[in-house]
Design a protein around this ligand. Structure first.
Ligand code: GDP
Length: 453
């Protein structure tokens, strides 16, 4: 394998920058650009040892820094590797990298270090994909998911299912090839039971894709309510900024204000929507239309009502539109005298929280209520999940083939045919885990990566 090099740290000024080198000639290249002050021989350095020295391009001194040596297979890529830490200037790092190229390294492609780790058996394809997820994680929960994934959580789940499927395929094959040597008559009920179990597990894997997306990108959450109930105030309370315009003139929030906020570890993509009311104002009615669209897209709705005013026709119209939506009824302005028919809201909504959006203490109440209703509070974040479209397609197709195999088995279709359907499912699972995958798919996976990873 050619020895590759790249800057592993972001292209920005910082304390240090790291230049990563990997391949058979990693220490040879390090030796040409780095001279330890102690006079140590780099080629004789053991893995996981470091030394301080001077970095140069030929005879030209560039910087001083630290060299860290890894020996195959005990490195990220599984190859001999070296990392040079130099001062974190963009130009300095580029110069050190170009010295590595002069010394014989070639530029690494995006994700090439991780691709080599995959090819050298250091990780499975789903683990490699999770590396990119760990890097892009923007919240604690997703970092936990991606971290477990990187440690092989999804791979282990797929492996358990594919092993079970393989045992069925092997048994069916034995029945086809050596029917006389099998002890009992084949009745298929045990295999059907196993296939049902496999289909259940694949079904929950496919469903985990949506859950993973909500955790990674945030839960789309619409704040709706008639004008002046306190939507913008609530939005500002949650986001901690004054982004929404708060006034007491009805219909102020004409466009949708969006903000991503963290609430009790959950990432919410909040959209403060225009109030629903009958209006002749063209601008405001466009706002109402957009609000209805947002309502359609939201996974969670915070429906805000003003406890200090009687419910009116606009509130009722809103309630009608919330049918079938996962809704938290937020009764606001509880610091004022109660004039709304709260019992009517209690009849209609299972989940209710009473707050004053002007009181910061309300955040805690909202935190509890939203995490209950968001439906991902109970998820096991370390269980492994389907993290991207490639994985989702493989898992869905494996599920389809398994269901077809089960149907075929139960309707008495020949064992040959059942066996082929199970094998098809197995192929999809091997592609999912990366055990049988084309170079094109692998290349596509690594295209998402940054250079240096
Ligand atoms: P929106 O039209 O639903 O976005 O409502 P706003 O957030 O603009 O609030 C309308 C008015 O109600 C403003 O004057 C807010 O200060 C006031 N308001 C909002 N929440 C509360 C609350 O909890 N208590 C009281 N007393 N006033 C509130």
């Amino acid at each position: 394998m050619r020895t590759i090099a790249a800057i592993a740290t972001p292209p920005a000024e910082g304390g240090i920058a790291v230049i990563r080198i990997s391949g058979d000639n990693a220490s040879g290249i390090a030796e040409r650009v780095f001279t330890p002050v102690s006079g140590r021989n780099i080629k004789e350095m053991r893995g996981y040892t470091a030394c301080y020295g001077e970095i140069h391009d030929g005879a030209k001194r560039l910087d001083d820094g630290v060299l860290l040596i890894y020996r195959a297979p005990h490195s990220y890529t599984g190859e001999d590797s070296a990392e040079i830490s130099c001062h974190g200037g963009i130009y300095t790092a580029k110069r050190v990298l170009s010295a590595c190229f002069t010394a014989g390294a070639v530029p690494a492609q995006a994700g090439e270090f991780t691709k080599r780790a995959l090819l050298n058996g250091k990780m499975s394809l789903t683990q490699a994909e999770a590396v990119a997820d760990v890097i892009s994680a923007q919240n604690e929960q997703f970092l936990l998911c991606a971290g477990s994934q990187r440690e092989g959580a999804l791979y282990r789940r797929i492996r358990a299912v594919s092993d079970e499927l393989l045992s069925i395929v092997t048994l069916i094959q034995a029945w086809i090839d050596y029917p006389d040597e099998m002890e009992d008559e084949f009745d298929g009920s045990l295999e059907a039971e196993k296939l049902r179990h496999i289909a259940d597990e694949l079904g929950s894997l496919v469903a985990s894709h949506g859950e993973g997306q909500l955790i990674r990108d945030g839960i789309p959450c619409a704040i709706v309510g008639r004008p002046n109930v306190g939507k913008s105030t609530l939005m500002n309370l949650l986001s901690g900024t004054e982004k929404s315009i708060v006034t007491d003139i009805e219909g102020t929030t004409r466009d949708i204000v969006e903000e991503t906020v963290m609430l009790g570890g959950l990432m919410l993509r909040l959209a403060d929507c225009a109030g629903i009311r009958e209006t002749d104002d063209v601008v405001e009615s466009i706002g109402v239309e957009r609000m209805l669209k947002k309502l359609g897209e939201a996974s969670v709705v915070l429906a805000v009502f003003d406890s200090s005013r009687p419910l009116n026709r606009d509130d009722e119209r809103l309630i009608e539109r919330l049918d079938g939506k996962r809704t938290l009824c937020v009764i606001n302005k509880t610091d004022l005298e109660e004039k709304a028919d709260i019992a009517a809201l209690e009849d209609r909504f299972a989940d209710i929280v009473r707050i004053s959006a002007k009181d910061p203490a309300s955040v805690k109440l909202l935190e509890k209520a939203v995490s209950k209703i968001a439906g991902i509070g109970d998820l096991d974040l370390t269980a492994g999940f389907i993290a991207n479209e490639r994985q989702r397609i493989c898992a869905s197709e494996a599920l389809d083939h398994t269901r077809k195999a089960l149907e075929a088995l139960e309707s008495g279709v020949t064992l040959d045919a059942v066996g082929i359907m199970c094998e098809n499912a197995l192929d999809r699972l091997y592609e999912l885990s990366g055990e049988q995958v084309s170079d094109t798919v692998v290349d596509q996976v690594f295209r998402r990566f940054c250079v240096g990873k």
